[in-house]
Ligand binder design. Structure first.
Ligand SMILES: Cc1cc2nc3c(=O)[nH]c(=O)nc-3n(C[C@H](O)[C@H](O)[C@H](O)COP(=O)(O)OP(=O)(O)OC[C@H]3O[C@@H](n4cnc5c(N)ncnc54)[C@H](O)[C@@H]3O)c2cc1C
Length: 476
């Protein structure tokens, strides 16, 4: 009798359906499904607090789907594999590819290590619609601009493959000796912050699928314009489910395409295209999380005022649209995309704090924190990334509020202390006459902060700093 086993290594694919690694592994008799919490190799990119909360629940859900057979480990992946190899006759290891630079380095070395020990390694694409190396310009170089990347690259390439069904049978092994239970993993912090997130999410493959179905029916028909209105439920909120692979982008893409062909569906699919673009950027520029793609910005005169940073993090800048976004983030682990743009632009342009500060805060607090999308987006906002927003494009949080939160519902939900203001002053309470403030029960500087910067002056200062940078470069 052959006692050899196969391993299915779950990583950013915490689902059973459309999981190529699991489908391949299920062809074998004895499958050991494993997950490794590998903070050692992740280093500075180890998961932030919000993602650890999510992972805790996502692993719990996956373990239930696998009838309690998920074998969870903590530590350096190589050492975990060496331990498993010392206890089992492992024939093949299956995994779906991951694209963070540290993951690529670890997996490349691990693959060689396993192969040298006579173990086959089969990797598949379970997280992207197109591999980053698959989409390139006609001269073979990677795209730097989104529109041609998506239109000429993605849409002209082989369409994303159809999703795979959940394998009918997976004969899972028990690994009682090696593994521990999720509840012992210390993924959840001791503080109670994560409890606030609970009502907002249904974590795991089933919850992800339910959210997708709800979005297709209730929100997709309004998506094109509705996606810009933070008070309306017209976005999918699928990003954390995609981040942890509780759903694959193939499932989402095909489900949307099955709804027909209209401007809403095209717009939604192009947003999935932005995710692909971010991954392509990270793959071709592994320093994306740390270094300005446009090196001209290396000399930018950032300020280092930590009091301003704290006010931004706490949603106490005195600029309602920014504060509402930052409080949405703290209370739910999520921030609407329109508001992410407003709040991040305010940090890098009006406060002139380095985008790294924002990237790190988002990394720790977003349930969808994703190295590719987060760093690409911050570089885009700061003006130093590929296809970046031009530096002089500075979001005005007052005008943005008046345009995209016309009813004021979003600001009122997250800043109840100014809810009684009339819409005219809701986005700029400092302009309200004293009797209006009094009638609304507001004392600026006491019940709600005065603005920590003057929007106009700080905008001009940012433009001047940028101009200085440009001059420096043209005279060098
Ligand atoms: C400063 C900043 C930081 C960001 N950090 C992250 C991050 O860490 N993780 C993350 O997933 N997204 C990030 N985004 C992109 C975007 O804000 C979120 O993907 C989006 O808000 C998620 O909400 P949704 O699922 O309802 O999106 P929908 O509008 O429903 O879009 C569907 C899916 O498309 C993808 N998508 C949409 N917009 C973008 C985009 N601009 N870039 C990349 N993918 C996109 C997401 O996977 C999303 O789930 C960031 C944006 C900014 C401006």
């Amino acid at each position: 009798m052959n006692n050899s086993i196969s391993i299915c290594w779950f990583r950013q694919d915490l689902r059973l359906a459309d999981n190529p690694a699991l489908t391949n592994a299920s062809q074998h008799d004895n499958v050991l499904p494993i997950y490794i919490i590998d903070d050692i190799n992740a280093g500075q990119h180890a998961l932030g607090g919000a993602c650890r909360y999510w992972l805790h629940h996502s692993l719990t859900a996956l373990d239930q789907s696998l009838k309690g057979k998920l074998s969870i480990h903590q530590g350096n992946a190589k050492e975990v594999f060496d331990d498993i190899l010392s206890r089992f006759d492992v024939q093949t290891v299956y995994w779906n590819r991951c694209y963070q630079p540290w993951q690529i380095a670890r997996d490349t070395a691990l693959k060689q290590h396993l192969q040298a020990k006579g173990v086959s390694v089969i990797s598949s694409n379970g997280s992207l619609l197109w591999e980053p190396w698959q989409i390139s310009k006609s001269d073979g170089t990677p795209y730097k601009v989104f529109t041609p990347f998506y239109r000429n690259g993605c849409l002209m390439a082989e369409p994303p493959r159809a999703p795979l069904p959940t394998p009918k049978h997976v004969t899972c092994l028990d690994d009682e000796r090696g593994a521990f239970q999720v509840k012992n993993s210390q993924l959840l912090t001791k503080g109670q912050w994560h409890r606030k997130l609970e009502p907002h999410w249904d974590i795991g493959e089933e919850g992800a699928y339910t959210r997708l179905q709800h979005f297709l029916k209730e929100a997709l028909p309004f998506y094109k314009d509705g996606r810009n209105i933070p008070a309306k439920p017209y976005i999918s909120k699928l990003s954390p489910h995609l981040r942890f692979g509780e759903l694959s982008p193939n499932q989402v893409w095909h489900a949307a395409q099955h709804m027909g062909d209209n401007e809403h569906i095209q717009m939604f699919c192009s947003e999935l295209g932005w995710r692909e673009f971010s991954y392509s950027l990270l793959y071709h520029h592994p320093n994306l999380p740390n270094q300005n793609l446009n090196t001209k910005f290396d000399a930018f005169p950032w300020t280092e005022n930590m009091q301003l940073l704290t006010a931004w993090q706490k949603g106490l800048t005195g600029i309602p649209m920014v504060d509402a976004g930052m409080r949405e983030l703290w209370q739910t682990g999520f921030m609407h995309n329109r508001v992410r743009m407003i709040a991040s632009s305010f940090l890098v342009k009006n406060l002139r704090l380095h985008w790294h500060h924002g990237e790190r805060w988002f990394w720790d607090t977003l349930v969808d924190a994703d190295l590719a999308s987060n760093s690409a987006s911050w570089q885009w906002i700061a003006g130093c990334g590929a296809d970046a927003a031009p530096y002089y494009r500075i979001f005005n949080p007052v005008i943005q509020g008046q345009k995209f939160d016309v009813s004021g519902d979003y600001v009122r939900q997250f800043i109840p202390e100014i809810a009684a203001l009339p819409n005219k002053y809701l986005f700029c309470p400092w302009q309200a006459p004293a009797p209006v403030l009094k009638a609304a029960g507001i004392t600026l500087g006491s019940t709600y902060p005065n603005p920590i910067v003057d929007l106009k002056q700080s905008r001009n200062a940012a433009l001047a700093a940028f101009q200085q940078l440009s001059n420096k470069h043209t005279t060098q």
